[in-house]
Design a protein around this ligand. Structure first.
Ligand code: ZN
Length: 449
C-alpha cells in the first residue's frame, strides 16, 4: 500500500522547519533523495534575477520564544515551528503586553489553532499563537527572543528528469516551502515522491517526465526563468500537486482556459473516482498554476486534489496535521487520482480498424467463453446510451468491445471512446489489448487526418 509508505514519509518530513529558502528545504530534499536517488538538487544564489522577481536572502533560524512576566516560556519555535512568523528578523528585547500584541497573530474564530503566517518580502518579526492562549496573556513585561539570520545564501530546489520514448514531457510540480502542515504541504511531497518512483518503474514509458520539488511562487518563477524554452517546446501535460492527503473531497482546478489535454484527462479521471467531486474554476487558483498558466508562459497545467487549499477549515493552521486531516487512506486516494491521470496520458492513443464493416467475431474465437449472449439490454427507454456498470459481465464486455471497434476510425482517441461509452478509460485497456493482439485494431499515436 503506497498510502502507508507515503504516510510514514509524511511523519519523517513533519518536524522540519521549511521555508522558501534554507536548511529545511535541503533536509526535505535529502529525505526525498533516499527514495528517488536520481533527484538532482540545485542552488540558486540570493539576488539572482528571475523575470520580475529576485531570489531573496536565505533565512535560517536556531531558536525563538517569548517569556511571559512570570518567566514561563510560550510560543516556543522548538515545540511548534508555526509559532514563529516565517522570515522573522532577529530580535531580543523586553516589551509591554500591548507592544507584543502588535506582533502576535491568532484566529479568533478558531481558538485552538495556531495560524501559519510569513513575511518573506517585508522585513518584520512576529509570533503565532492560539486565540485561547492569547486570551490568557497577563499584563506586564515580555522577553522576546528570535535567533534568526537573513544572509546572502541561496534558494534550493530538486529536479528529476526521466527519459521516455518521446521527447514530449509530462510535468509534475510540488512545493516544499511550508513548515509542519499536513494536507497543504506534506501530502504533495509524499504523493509526488511515490509517483516519481512509480514512473521510474513504468515499463515502455511513452513520455519523458519533468518532476520538480520547489518553493512555491518564487521557486516556480526561478525554475521557469531557467527552463522556459525547453518547457514550452516539450511539455504536453502537467499537474501541480498539492493537497492530496485527506479523505474528504476530490477537487479539480482547471488550467487558465480549461481546454488542455491535462484538463480533459483530469475531468475524466476524477469523475470516475468521485462523481461528487468539486469543480473549481480559474478564479480559485492559488498555487503554482498561477505561474505555469500566466500570460507568456501558458503551460497546460491543471490541479487534481483532495480537499483544496483555502476550502477546508484546518487550512494554514496547526490543525492541518497527520492525526485529524491527512491519513494513509487519504494519501492513497490522492496518489491513485494522479497516477490514473498519468497512466491515461500514457495509454491514450487513436485506435483504428482496417476492417470494412463490422468484423466477423464468431470466426475469431475472440470470446471463447461466451456461449450465448443474453438479450438484457440496459439501454434506457428514453433512447440514452448503453450504461456499462460491470465489464466483468460478458454481455457488457462484448458490447463494449463492439463500441470500441465501431469508434476506431483513427480520429477518436481512447479518451473520446471512454467518454462516449461513459466508462473509466482504465476499463478499456484490457479490451484494447485483446483487440490489438487479434489484429482487429491497431493504435495510432496521433489522430488520422
Ligand atoms: Zn499553503
Amino acid at each position: 500500500m503506497i498510502g502507508k509508505k507515503a504516510y510514514s514519509l509524511a511523519k519523517q518530513l513533519w518536524p522540519i522547519n521549511r521555508s522558501i529558502t534554507g536548511e529545511g528545504v535541503r533536509q526535505t530534499l535529502k529525505i526525498i533523495k533516499t527514495i528517488i536517488p536520481d533527484l538532482k538538487i540545485f542552488e540558486v544564489k540570493s539576488g539572482t534575477k528571475a523575470f520580475d522577481w529576485e531570489v531573496p536572502l536565505e533565512w535560517s533560524v536556531k531558536d525563538a520564544w517569548i517569556k511571559d512576566p512570570s518567566g514561563e516560556k510560550i510560543c516556543e519555535f522548538k515545540k511548534n515551528n508555526l509559532h514563529l512568523v516565517g522570515y522573522s528578523t532577529p530580535i531580543h528585547r523586553m516589551l509591554s503586553k500591548n507592544e507584543l500584541l502588535k506582533n502576535l497573530h491568532s484566529i479568533p474564530s478558531m481558538p485552538n489553532a495556531i495560524p501559519y503566517i510569513t513575511s518573506y518580502y517585508k522585513k518584520n518579526w512576529g509570533f503565532c499563537i492560539s486565540e485561547k492562549q492569547k486570551k490568557k496573556l497577563k499584563k506586564g513585561q515580555y522577553e522576546v527572543f528570535i535567533d534568526s539570520k537573513l544572509f546572502k545564501g541561496s534558494l534550493t530546489y530538486g529536479e528529476l528528469l526521466i527519459k521516455g520514448q518521446s521527447k514530449k514531457e509530462i510535468f509534475l510540480s510540488t512545493y516544499i516551502c511550508h513548515p509542519s502542515m499536513a494536507n497543504d504541504q506534506i501530502s504533495g511531497i509524499c504523493v509526488t515522491t511515490f509517483l516519481s518512483d512509480w514512473i521510474l518503474k513504468y515499463s515502455n514509458r511513452k513520455y519523458s517526465y519533468r518532476i520538480i520539488f520547489i518553493p512555491e511562487t518564487i521557486g516556480s518563477i526561478v525554475y521557469l526563468s531557467k527552463n522556459l524554452i525547453k518547457m514550452k517546446k516539450n511539455i504536453l501535460a502537467g499537474f501541480n500537486i498539492t493537497c492530496v492527503g485527506d479523505e474528504k473531497n476530490y477537487s479539480y482546478l482547471p488550467s487558465k482556459n480549461g481546454n488542455t489535454i491535462s484538463d480533459s484527462i483530469s475531468k475524466h479521471v476524477i469523475q470516475h473516482i468521485d462523481s461528487n467531486y468539486l469543480h473549481f474554476n480559474w478564479s480559485d487558483r492559488g498555487s503554482d498554476e498561477r505561474q505555469y498558466c500566466s500570460p507568456n508562459i501558458d503551460l497546460p497545467v491543471a490541479s487534481l486534489m483532495r480537499s483544496k487549499y483555502n476550502y477546508y477549515k484546518e487550512y494554514h493552521t496547526s490543525l492541518d496535521n497527520l492525526k485529524n486531516v491527512v491519513t494513509p487512506k487519504g494519501l492513497q486516494g490522492g496518489y491513485d487520482l494522479i497516477r490514473l491521470a498519468i497512466q491515461a496520458l500514457e495509454k491514450n492513443c487513436y485506435p483504428k480498424t482496417k476492417i470494412y464493416g463490422e468484423p466477423f467475431m464468431s470466426k475469431r474465437n475472440f470470446f471463447p467463453d461466451i456461449k450465448k449472449l443474453s438479450h438484457k439490454d440496459k439501454t434506457s427507454a428514453k433512447g440514452g446510451r448503453r450504461h456499462y456498470s460491470n465489464i466483468k459481465d460478458k454481455d457488457e464486455y462484448y458490447h463494449l468491445s463492439m463500441d470500441i471497434i465501431s469508434l476506431s476510425d483513427g480520429k477518436n482517441s481512447l479518451l473520446d471512446i471512454a467518454n462516449f461509452c461513459k466508462v473509466p478509460i482504465w476499463n478499456l485497456y484490457p479490451i484494447v489489448d485483446i483487440l490489438y493482439k487479434n489484429k482487429i485494431i491497431y493504435l495510432l499515436k496521433d489522430p488520422k487526418k
